[in-house]
Design a protein around this ligand. Structure first.
Ligand SMILES: Nc1nc2c(c(=O)[nH]1)N[C@H]1C(S)=C(S)[C@@H](COP(=O)(O)OP(=O)(O)OC[C@H]3O[C@@H](n4cnc5c(=O)[nH]c(N)nc54)[C@H](O)[C@@H]3O)O[C@H]1N2
Ligand SMILES: Nc1nc2c(c(=O)[nH]1)N[C@H]1C(S)=C(S)[C@@H](COP(=O)(O)OP(=O)(O)OC[C@H]3O[C@@H](n4cnc5c(=O)[nH]c(N)nc54)[C@H](O)[C@@H]3O)O[C@H]1N2
Ligand code: SF4
Ligand SMILES: [Mo]
Length: 916
């Protein structure tokens, strides 16, 4: 097992990386602060140079043991109750289940479903066990849902999955195209870097291509609110424009690429800019401006994310983008290139070890028998994978049909995050053996496990991750795992050993695994082609090369500084970036243009489902909220799940902003609060992905998403599902503050929100309770004999009840109303921490607000807890005209800067013209 360091080690300032997004910021951890730990940005780390966003800054709040799975749990049958057991017993059960299934039904009847949140060492072992020892390709990862289209696009174009751009290129670019990326919220530190670059060089241009206006649009000189899915048409139009205006790099195209004629022919229908604009739902002048800017700017970066990848034509979108970079030779040069930004902290590490069902490890090709044999020989494996395994959506379909009978799910929550998620839940219910490795035993997926394995979490595990710019960093442990939690690599090796492969899985620690991974990357690998100088020899040249990191001593591995691959030779970074010498990884050394044509989505809006449902992220929550959901600070920014829509769509569908609404698709339905932010176009809805069965009664948006996938990458169409919306008419709404989780049987709708010293629930019901006191006692599980004060006005449809403990502290506080007349929650939330002695003071609580209450409004700046109303007031009263002035006045925006776009939007909204 890994050595978990003690607090005294950490007090020295242990260096690690943030477990959230693919920016991969370096952090330092110290043993102090409110939670026992404090986290700060690592000034030495190249990804962030000391900066952190609000999620990174609040990490210490999430290092709590409350929700942790502490012991292995087992249920011998589907109807039995899960009980704690020993690791030995749990692993014996897993090994027996896998062995029996493989013997009876063959290796393709078992599967692993893993995650870009594993460390590279965990990932390497999982892939080796499934592909080299079980002999099946049935290992897929949540990265399938994330950047598999980018992987497929890069491989088609370059012959290898290599991201040829670095963060520093943003500092040099003349034009940055942000395609389908909400960088301001999803990669905030990188966004801040872009903001700083633009402040230094105001002539730099930014174009934002996104159907919605987002916080990212704030930095854009031009926002193109593209029709959902129309990106191939837009970039085909751009290719034609660049060709016709002679912006192509003829030398580069003829010396280093092939297929340009086909790509031009496929895009010829988009030579007419007016037609492109029409197809994309954009103004012709905006498209002309965009094209002209690209033509003018040799240093162009196209940074793309899920608006491109998560599409039934995601791979074609990626190649449409890369085609434009190939035509102009804007690639592998300072300040230029197609940049797929990765989402998860180790999405890139997963790509390196071949974690997708259609990859082999170390960028070797699964479709080449010779390369399979080479890897088999390296691993000494008994039964090597022969064909690609099932991709995530198909994999769970195979679980549903009974073709896959045993599955091990690790560090991902597919009952929330896969499309058609209710079917995933049904699949797990029907599956003979479901093993789930988790840190949180209560997730929607964990509750379907036959065997639950407690995993060591971030802060307790040792290993490496690779960020979006190919920089490998060490994650280091600063605390011991609680209970019996153990690292994932260890549990996987335990299965390997129990299946009879002692030697192959006899690693002592992650350093051992990393060494094997690095050695494999150098196997038969001459990366630089005939003219390259770094390495010679090798049958299968790949840019993915960690030769310089082989043979590290344990101490060297522990002390490893962030380092970017390729790294061919010890102590010597590669002399040039991948592709800089014009050599690509296809056998002939040439990059490929790919002929792409737009396709209509499989499911288009119709009379029943007239709207397009788009899904994505909010600033302060991470995925299914198992970590960020524990932070009261992070809950302030967006406390509830919402559906954002155009005001006219709200009107035509009879929905008042702020009201609950039911959104329905052919696959599922949910109920969330409707908002009309002004950012949406007509015909489109946006719902965040984060809420799940623990945090809301009815807000798992995955249940609504169509299970359509890209034919090449298998990535789901998460951003495009036909949908309908209708008001959800509740008889009453209300809220509850409580110290203990509420009992919500019979409550039609609820959301759970982490507040500073308690939980808050927002509630709604279909019938006004006949016995209101009984209802209050039931939801709070506090008896009628407890110390309650109650105010009830049946005529007005108002009920308020507060229960105190012997120390005069509020145990629970329930407010219900038939006409949505409820006070703002902030003041009452603050009162939960205080004592309330005396009838007068207690009665004031029933009023729900301070005698001179000021409603600060929803939080904009989470770092300093500054609300919208406070900011608006300062803008108006102090005449503030810039975000910097707001920061100077209120501190808001002065720490991580994530909220600056929102502050600027408030200034714009209140802007008073200087003169008329
Ligand atoms: N706060 C926060 N940050 C995160 C995460 C998180 O959960 N929370 N998750 C991380 C992960 S794993 C990922 S993958 C990244 C994702 O990062 P992003 O991809 O930036 O985030 P999303 O919100 O999924 O989607 C991006 C945008 O695509 C737009 N879009 C939808 N359809 C289209 C289309 O047809 N064309 C174009 N051009 N755009 C479209 C959406 O409106 C949305 O604004 O974020 C990472 N960072
Ligand atoms: N509708 C819709 N759905 C989407 C998306 C979308 O845009 N729209 N985006 C997709 C994308 S890009 C992504 S990346 C996925 C993310 O979706 P998921 O991967 O399902 O989301 P997470 O909440 O990150 O799940 C990680 C789980 O691992 C657990 N965990 C954390 N650390 C460890 C560890 O060290 N070991 C183990 N064993 N477990 C651990 C956490 O408690 C958590 O339950 O969602 C996808 N789903
Ligand atoms: S940008 Fe924020 S979430 Fe992403 S790695 Fe950095 S601190 Fe973590
Ligand atoms: Mo992702």
């Amino acid at each position: 097992m890994t050595r978990a360091r003690s607090a005294s080690d950490a007090s020295l300032g242990l260096r690690s990386t943030c477990p959230y997004c693919g920016v991969g910021c370096g952090i330092t951890v110290n043993a102090n602060g409110k939670q026992g730990w404090s986290v700060a940005g690592d000034t030495q780390h190249p990804a962030n140079e000391g900066r952190l966003c609000v999620k990174g800054s609040t990490l210490a709040e999430t290092v709590v043991d409350d929700h942790r799975l502490l012991h292995p749990m087992l249920r011998p049958s589907k109807t039995a109750v899960r009980v704690p057991t020993s690791w030995d017993n749990a692993m014996a059960h897993v090994a027996e289940g896998f062995r029996r299934t493989i013997e009876t039904h063959g290796p393709d009847a078992v599967a692993f479903y893993v995650s870009g949140q594993l460390l590279t060492e965990d990932y390497y072992v999982a892939n080796k066990l499934m592909k080299g020892y079980i002999g099946s390709g049935n290992i897929d990862t949540n990265s399938r849902l994330c950047m598999s289209s980018a992987v497929a696009g890069y491989v088609r174009a370059f012959g290898e999955d290599v991201v040829p751009v670095e963060y520093a290129d943003l500092d040099e670019a003349e034009l940055v195209i942000l395609a389908g990326s909400n960088l301001a919220w999803c990669h905030p530190v990188l966004y801040q870097r872009l903001v700083a670059a633009k402040a230094r060089r105001p002539e730099m241009r930014v174009v934002n291509i996104d159907p919605r206006r987002t916080a990212t649009s704030d930095i854009a000189d031009l926002h193109l609110p593209i029709a959902p899915g129309a990106d191939v048409a837009l970039f085909n139009g751009l290719l034609q424009y660049l060709w016709r205006t002679s912006c192509h790099d003829a030398r580069f195209v003829s010396a280093h690429t092939s297929g340009v004629e086909d790509a031009l022919e496929a895009s010829v229908a988009f030579a007419d800019i007016a037609a492109v604009a029409h197809r994309c739902g954009l103004q012709e002048v905006a498209v002309r401006t965009f094209f002209a800017w690209v033509a003018q700017c040799p240093r162009t970066i196209t940074l793309f994310s899920q608006g491109v990848n998560q599409s039934s034509q995601g791979t074609d979108k990626v190649n449409a983008i890369i085609n434009c970079h190939l035509l102009t030779g804007r690639l592998a040069k300072k300040g230029a290139g197609p940049f797929s930004i990765t989402g998860q902290p180790n999405a890139m590490g997963g790509r390196e070890v071949g974690g997708l069902a259609n990859q082999l490890a170390a960028h070797l090709r699964l479709d080449d028998p010779e390369q399979r044999r080479l890897l088999q020989h390296f691993w000494g494996s008994p039964c090597m994978v022969q064909k690609p395994g099932l991709k995530a959506v198909d994999l769970f379909e195979a679980v549903h049909s009974g073709q896959v009978k045993a599955i091990w799910i690790m560090a991902t929550n597919p009952v929330v995050s896969l499309p058609n998620a209710d079917r995933v839940r049904a699949a797990l219910d029907a599956c003979e053996l479901v093993v789930v490795s988790e840190v949180d035993g209560g997730t929607d997926t964990a509750t379907h496990a036959d065997v639950l394995l407690p995993a060591a979490a971030w802060g307790e595990r040792e290993g490496t991750v690779t960020n979006s710019e190919r920089v490998i960093s060490r994650q280091r442990a600063f605390r011991s795992p609680p209970g019996e939690a153990r690292p994932d690599w260890w549990a996987l090796c335990e299965l390997g050993r129990r299946l009879g492969y002692q030697e192959a899985f006899d690693y002592q620690d992650p350093a051992d695994i990393f060494d094997e991974h690095a050695r494999l990357s150098a196997l038969e690998n001459a990366t630089c082609g005939p003219t390259g100088k770094d390495v010679e020899g090798g049958r299968y040249p790949r840019y993915f090369h960690l030769g310089g990191l082989t043979g590290l001593s344990r101490a060297e591995y522990d002390a490893l500084e962030p380092v970017r691959w390729p790294i061919y030779v010890r102590q010597r970074p590669a002399s040039e970036r991948p592709f800089a010498n014009g050599w690509f990884s296809h056998p002939d050394g040439r990059a490929r243009f790919v002929a792409v044509r737009p396709r209509a989505p499989e499911h288009a809006p119709d009379a029943h489902f007239p709207l397009v449902l788009n899904t994505g992220r909010v600033r302060d929550q991470w995925h299914t909220m198992t970590r960020t959901g524990l932070s009261a600070t992070l809950a302030q920014h967006r406390d509830e799940p919402t559906v954002d829509l155009h005001p006219e769509d709200a009107l035509t569908n009879g929905i008042r902003p702020g009201q609950l609404a039911r959104v329905t698709t052919r696959w599922g339905t949910l109920v969330v609060r409707a908002v009309t932010s002004g950012d949406m176009k007509r015909g489109e809805l946006f719902i965040p992905i984060h809420w799940n069965g623990q945090t809301a009664s009815d807000a798992r948006v995955g249940a609504l998403v169509n299970p359509v996938v890209d034919p090449l990458s298998g990535e789901p169409e998460f951003k495009h599902t036909p949908a309908a919306i209708a008001p959800f008419e509740a008889a009453w709404t209300g809220f509850l503050f409580t110290r203990d989780p509420a009992t919500l049987d019979g409550v039609a709708w609820w959301v759970r929100i982490q507040a500073p010293v308690c939980l808050r629930y927002e509630l709604a019901g279909m019938e006004w309770p006949v016995d209101l006191d009984g209802f209050a006692q039931a939801v709070t599980a506090l008896p009628g004999t407890a110390d309650w004060i109650v105010y009830a006005d049946h005529a007005a449809g108002t009920y308020r009840a507060i229960c105190f403990d012997a120390d005069d502290r509020v145990l629970a506080c329930l407010f219900l109303s038939q006409d949505e007349a409820l006070p703002a929650r902030d003041w009452l939330a603050g009162q939960m921490a205080h004592r309330h002695r005396g009838a007068a003071r207690r009665a004031r609580l029933l009023a729900g607000e301070a005698p001179h209450a000021v409603d600060v409004g929803p939080t904009v700046c989470s770092c300093f807890g500054v609300g919208r109303n406070t900011i608006n007031q300062a803008i108006k009263e102090e005449g503030l005209r810039t975000a910097e002035a707001v920061t100077a006045h209120l501190k808001a925006g002065g720490n991580c800067g994530s909220c600056l776009p929102e502050i600027r939007a408030l200034i714009d909204d209140l802007a008073i013209p200087a003169s008329r």
